[in-house]
Design a protein around this ligand. Structure first.
Ligand code: PXL
Length: 282
């Protein structure tokens, strides 16, 4: 009997800059989870802070790889999606999820990667945002930041302060159908964290930790990867979000004093041992 949880990870592969699959794969592995990557695109670097990056759209490969996996009758404890390269990719993800769910219990974790700090990422169009909302409607858990939450709700980022977090996660749950972990929520100066609506209990939990130094590129991917790993290892939504927030905090403590260029992301690799230790304790 297979004991190692398995996750299909549908994200871009950016060669330099630490985001998406270069975070998702090592984090899940360190947590004792098998990560099976389905890359949506290959970029030479991510798009935050770099210009002139290459962009190889892998939509056709994605469709073929999904078909192959379905033919092999593979099952996954979770499908975890992130940065998408085209509208068709989101439609493919929806039908892949539907097919998997017909065969076995598969948790759909959708990080609706679209933007940050009130600004849409360069490669995203309004049509892609609509496709993202449609795909996220099929999710069991979504992990938006405040910018993405505003886009999903069709509201202005400026009209949704941190203090509206509880109201936002309830509205984003689509009447309690999906769980929501809203990231980047700061309820007092010097703190950051997440607001979690758990569809199992219908309750909202607020998680707050110290904000360390400055923002780092890729922390959204780091947070959602740990969250996904903890969920497939059987943690509750709140415990999974707490573990994710604590790991991001530890990585920020390690990275901040190094004064690295922000676009190089968070220096998480030397910290992966913490995730492995946590697993041994559990
Ligand atoms: O971390 C989100 C992300 C993922 N993938 C690519 C990105 C970004 C954010 O800038 O550019 C390619």
């Amino acid at each position: 009997m297979r004991t190692t949880p398995r996750v299909a990870a549908i994200h871009d592969l950016s060669g330099f800059g630490r985001c998406s699959l270069t975070i998702v794969m090592p984090v899940l592995s360190a947590m004792g989870v098998q990560c099976c990557p389905l890359p949506t695109a290959y970029l030479s670097t991510h798009t935050g802070g770099f210009t002139g990056n290459t962009f190889l759209d892998l939509t056709d490969q994605l469709a073929e790889a999904m078909d192959h996996w379905l033919c092999l009758d593979l099952t996954f404890e979770a499908v975890y999606t992130g940065f998408m390269g085209s509208c068709r990719q989101m439609e493919l993800c929806r039908s892949f999820l539907t097919s998997l769910k017909e065969k076995s219990t598969t948790l759909a974790v959708v990080d609706p990667v679209m933007g940050d700090n009130g600004v849409l990422y360069r490669t995203y169009t309004t049509k892609m945002c609509r496709a993202m909302a449609a795909m996220a409607a099929e999710a069991d858990v979504i992990v938006p930041n405040r910018t993405e939450a505003a886009l999903l709700l069709g509201r202005k980022y400026e009209d949704l302060p941190h203090s509206a977090a509880e109201e936002m996660v309830r509205e984003l749950s689509l009447g309690g159908r999906r769980s929501v972990v809203l990231t980047g929520v700061s309820l007092q100066p010097g703190k950051t964290g997440a607001a979690c609506f758990d569809r199992e209990t219908g309750t909202v939990a607020m998680i707050q930790t110290d904000f360390v130094g400055r923002s780092f590129h890729g922390t959204g991917d780091l947070f959602a990867s740990v969250l996904t790993g903890a969920l497939v290892r059987g943690e509750s939504l709140k415990a999974a979000a707490e573990q994710a927030a604590e790991f991001v905090r530890q990585c920020a403590i390690h990275t901040f004093p190094q004064n690295l260029p922000p676009r190089e992301g968070i220096d998480f690799e030397p910290m992966l041992g913490l995730l492995a230790q946590e697993r041994r304790r559990a």
